[in-house]
Design a protein around this ligand. Structure first.
Ligand SMILES: C[S@@+](CC[C@H](N)C(=O)[O-])C[C@H]1O[C@@H](n2cnc3c(N)ncnc32)[C@H](O)[C@@H]1O
Length: 211
């Protein structure tokens, strides 16, 4: 399996994903509020794995530039449809990955990745690319399902679901492992927060600063 297969999976899923409700609306609003508070008006933002652009459309108006990217051209097509209905001059959508952007050194003041890091094939490599595109002192803000902290049943079901094309590639790691890897890439962990409005939260919101 490859990134091209991942792109096909997400292309196929895009219209249903666009229709599916946010699972924890209150938790999502908390994440948006917290992220907004961390961004400054003159910031240049990169969002990775932006999906259909819901978050970008909520945040882009408050910053100087906001490039929202995703592996899936179909996700980006839907995001562009939504953007056309609600234009925001600072916002642009592009089908792109962190690895492809890594040559754009120090170009962004903050990188955002929500429900994204568990889907990349080479987590350490992706974190290095994120480090490369951030200006010194820039923030990497993420919220990531940590499958290693979830029920073992999910981890058992995933390979079966994947084999029949019903689940994407997903890496299994714990929140602590993710945090350690982010720190080992050259970031200082500023905070690790729980934004879930109910139940156990296995999707830590992590704010990290590029050293
Ligand atoms: C679960 S969705 C999350 C979308 C959005 N961030 C959200 O929170 O609703 C994951 C998104 O990541 C994208 N994706 C998966 N692997 C990727 C990769 N290697 N690089 C960039 N985007 C990727 C998928 O196409 C999909 O749109």
């Amino acid at each position: 399996m490859s990134t091209a297969n991942d792109a096909r999976f997400w292309d196929r899923s895009s219209r249903n994903y666009a229709k599916s409700p946010i699972s924890d609306q209150a938790g999502y609003e908390r994440t948006l509020e917290r992220t907004r508070a961390l961004l400054k008006p003159d910031d240049r933002i990169l969002e990775l794995g932006c999906g259909t652009g819901t978050t970008a459309l909520r945040l882009a108006g408050g910053v100087t530039s906001y490039l929202a990217t995703d592996l899936s051209t179909e996700m980006i097509a839907i995001a562009n449809e939504k953007h056309a209905a609600n234009p925001i001059p600072t916002l642009a959508f592009r089908a792109e990955t962190a690895e492809a952007l890594a040559s754009e050194a120090a170009k962004f003041d903050a990188v955002l990745g929500f429900n994204y890091l568990h889907l990349v094939r080479d987590l350490a490599g992706t974190l290095h690319s994120i480090h490369a595109v951030l200006a010194p002192g820039g923030l990497f803000i993420s919220k990531t399902p940590c499958l290693g902290d979830m029920s073992p049943l999910i981890r058992l079901a995933l390979p079966v679901m994947r084999a029949i094309g019903k689940a994407p590639y997903a890496g299994v790691f714990r929140a602590q492992e993710l945090s350690d890897l982010i720190a080992a890439t050259g970031f200082e962990i500023v905070s690790t927060e729980s934004h879930a409005s109910r139940g156990k939260d296995s999707r830590p919101f992590v704010v990290a600063r590029r050293n």
